[in-house]
Design a protein around this ligand. Structure first.
Ligand code: GLN
Ligand code: ZN
Length: 773
């Protein structure tokens, strides 16, 4: 039998009890020293390495830790902090680091204006993790100038662990950045030749420091790469390989496709592949890989929380192992950054669902079992057999559970599928628009907001007390009704045309719905880092989704009863609920989306019967669900827009359906946005000064649009002239009769004083525009 080794591409860093989050926030508030923060960080690393070793991994992973973000670590490591921060050289590494991450770099001694806005943040591939975007220009220089990584290797070695260091590969690092303050025509790939010597220097230092392996992450090998980028791989790695360290190139998240042979041929000691998302490529990878190289197979899913089917995994692995004479490592598909820590801290998790799951620590145990089984280690054979038997029975229970499969849902989905009209509104938009205008009698440039109003301390305290069982449900209901009434009165005073109830009763736009739907489970501690100290706790969709009873109707009815103006019913769309949850792996995402769509459809129908005339179905996550490979976009956009339409199309012509999306960059999916066929879409546009609308205009987007006229992400209150000017700009590219006036996004993170002031100016701006036409 073969000697199999195990490792992981990376481990979560926030801490099982979110220790890093709290330490960071204490430090930022000035309540603790940097030394105290660093000590907590160092303890976390030590603990995480110990856990990896307890589960028999052959190397611990060093370099996956970051105080804020691992890409920001690389910016500092290679000394390419953007010049616009105007660091004087006097600042500590930590203060420069947090200035890049959070902005607001303050020079205490001078009043000069520094261009110190934080680095832009964007999604890490198709995950919900956000990284800080490196900025490159022709004047970018690289200079290895951080001892941090070497110190971490020393820490691991001092604890007696064999160390594998992880770094972003040079091509992925450049790819993830963007050109800024650069000359026209500048291409950041041109920086590669300056960057590589610094990588080489680092690799030599790491080797001297005792790192046994260096993993270089190049997930961009799973993207549609321009040829210049593809062609840069071989020469770059030829050079890096000269540094003498053992290099493992790691790919994940997406099939390699046309890059399979390139990846296998790279002149390095090993290659890691994602055998969950790209399992169909495994055989060809094994064929292409030269025998002397290490093939690291990521068989345990690093992106989801389900227990691995160990028997099926062995069945996948055995033929590969039989063919391969060279060394094999087993691993998780990608870093465990994207899953919660451990099931241990879940005291109140649904008892039936719990055995079906594996978080980061349980995934390490799965690797240990697979390794033992493949090594036919007699000393542990009893234990291995028990582990396999346990996994087998958990999986069998999951497959057979009545909680997972509902005949009623299957029937409902079949009937929706057989009715072509189920995903189409009764009449085309122009006809609906006419009926809706007659019914609603809104002025030109109608004003509205995106849904939420400030989540005040009072609201949060009430909800926390309800959860602890200290506030009776009836009293909580009453408190929320008062909040709704307050929001309605304020909106009437401000003179808004289409009102909202304010979402006071919602903790989170996905969790609120998940808690009321069948098929969802919730964790107490299943935190996953989103960015910096921010974590999210995604719900787990384990079974067929259905809506036992109305979810929002009472609140909407109550809000509408308080006013003669229309109040929008407010729902989260099926794609966003799907995208921000851990989803089932036993049926296609498209099917789960359609089940959620059916539940939202029921809610739309009930809101309509309750007399709600405008219903908004938010889909801020539609774009982020796009697959990494363009060849898969059409399929995704096909089922995702259909899910939205299925939820909306039950509404009659006279009911106006709104949708809302934030996070810009819609231009490449405009046909899909049009395919949603929402009567009105509100989008984020103020930060790009309406540039976004150009795309909608040249595409001749047919329905009505509300481009955000002010940025809710900052407490700044823009004047009415500024907003009127943005509206004039919008009215030059979009027919004025199609325009709505609204902020960029919901107002839940803001306070009332700035909210009222900004909305007052917004209404004044709309009135100006009305007077002009
Ligand atoms: N209706 C939600 C709100 O106003 C929309 C939030 C979002 O787009 N992320 O809060
Ligand atoms: Zn938004």
């Amino acid at each position: 039998m073969k000697l199999i080794q195990t490792h992981i591409p990376g481990f979560p860093r926030i801490g099982a009890a979110r220790e890093l989050k709290f330490a960071l926030e204490r430090f930022w508030r000035g309540e603790s020293s940097e030394a105290a923060l660093q000590e907590i960080a160092s303890n976390l690393r030590a603990r995480h390495w110990a856990i990896q070793r307890q589960h028999g991994l052959d190397f611990v992973t060093v370099g996956d830790f970051a105080l804020y973000d691992h890409v920001a670590n690389h910016i500092q490591l290679f000394g390419c902090e953007p010049a616009r921060f105007a660091f004087t050289g006097e600042e500590s590494a930590a203060s420069r680091y947090f200035a890049m991450a959070r902005g607001g770099h303050a020079h205490e001694s001078c009043n000069c204006v520094h261009n110190g806005a934080a680095l832009e943040m964007t999604k890490w591939f198709d995950t919900n993790y956000h990284y800080l975007v490196p900025e490159f220009s022709e004047s970018t220089t690289f200079e290895l100038n951080s001892q941090r990584l070497l110190d971490e290797v020393a820490e691991a070695r001092a604890a007696g662990h064999p160390a594998k260091v992880v770094l972003l590969g040079p091509l992925t690092f450049l790819w993830l950045g963007k050109e800024r303050d650069a000359a026209p025509g500048f291409n950041r790939l041109g920086l590669l030749e300056h960057l590589l010597p610094q990588y080489s220097r680092l690799l030599m230092q790491l080797r001297a420091a005792g790192a046994e392996w260096v993993q270089l992450d190049e997930p961009i090998l799973g993207l549609d790469l321009p040829n210049a980028w593809r062609n840069a791989f071989e020469p770059a790695y030829w050079l890096l390989n000269q540094a003498g360290a053992q290099l493992l190139v790691a790919t994940y998240f997406s099939p390699l496709e046309e890059n399979v042979s390139l990846a296998c041929r790279l002149p390095v000691a090993g290659l890691h592949v994602d055998a969950v998302r790209a399992v169909s490529e495994l055989t060809s990878v094994a064929d292409w890989m030269p025998a002397h190289k290490v093939l690291s197979i990521g068989v345990v899913d690093g992106r989801n929380i389900w227990r691995t089917d160990l028997d099926a995994t062995l069945a996948t692995l055995l033929p590969v192992l039989a063919k391969r004479s060279g060394p094999v490592w087993l691993s998780t598909s990608c870093s465990l950054l994207h899953v919660p820590y451990s099931l241990d801290s879940e005291a109140s998790l649904d008892e039936e669902v719990r055995p079906w799951l594996a978080f980061a620590e349980e995934k390490l145990a799965e690797l240990a079992l697979l390794k033992a089984a493949l090594s036919a280690d007699e000393r542990v054979s009893g234990q291995v057999a028990r582990g396999f038997a346990e996994a087998r029975s958990a999986l069998a229970n999951r497959r057979a559970s009545a909680r997972v499969h509902s005949a009623a849902v299957a029937k409902r989905l079949a009937s929706l599928a057989s009715d072509e009209r189920a995903s189409r509104r009764g009449s085309p938009f122009v006809q609906r628009q006419k009926v809706q205008r007659e019914r609603l009698q809104l002025p030109a440039f109608p004003t509205t907001t995106i849904g939420s109003f400030p989540q005040t301390q009072t609201i949060r305290t009430a909800r926390a007390a309800l959860k602890r069982g200290e506030l009776p449900a009836a009293e909580y209901q009453q408190a929320m009704r008062e909040e709704i009434e307050h929001a309605i009165r304020r909106q009437e005073e401000l003179g808004l045309d289409v009102l909202v109830h304010g979402e006071a009763e919602r903790n989170d736009m996905v969790e609120y719905f998940g808690e009321q739907l069948d098929g969802f489970a919730f964790t107490a501690n299943g935190w996953v880092q989103s960015y910096g100290s921010r974590c999210v706790k995604p719900p787990i969709i384990y079974g067929d989704v259905q809506r036992p009873q109305p979810m929002t109707v009472q609140w909407a009815e109550y809000a509408q009863s308080l006013t003669t103006r229309p109040v929008k019913g407010m729902l989260t769309g099926p794609v966003t609920i799907l995208q921000w949850s851990f989803v089932r792996d036993d049926q296609p995402r498209a099917d789960t989306a359609q089940q959620i769509a059916a539940a939202i459809r029921d809610e739309v129908r009930d809101l309509e019967s309750a007399g709600i005339v405008i219903i908004q179905i938010d889909e801020p996550a539609l774009r982020e669900g796009l697959p990494l490979r363009r060849s898969r976009w059409d399929a995704y956009l096909g089922w995702s827009t259909k899910a939205f339409r299925t939820s909306a199309a039950v509404a009659g012509d006279a009911t106006q359906i709104h949708t809302h999306m934030c996070y810009a960059e819609f231009n490449d999916i405009l046909p899909a946005i049009a395919a949603l066929d929402a009567d009105v879409i509100t989008i984020e546009s103020s930060r790009s000064a309406m540039e976004l609308l150009g795309g909608f205009a040249s595409f001749r987007y047919p329905n009505e649009i509300g481009p955000g006229v002010y940025d809710i992400h900052s407490p700044r209150v823009p004047g009415s002239d500024e907003m009127a000017e943005l509206l004039r700009k919008a009215a030059r590219v979009v027919p004025p009769a199609q325009l709505w006036v609204n902020p960029d996004c919901g107002l839940k993170t803001r306070a009332w004083p700035e909210t009222s002031a900004a909305l007052q100016n917004m209404v004044a701006a709309a009135r100006k525009l009305r007077a002009e036409v």
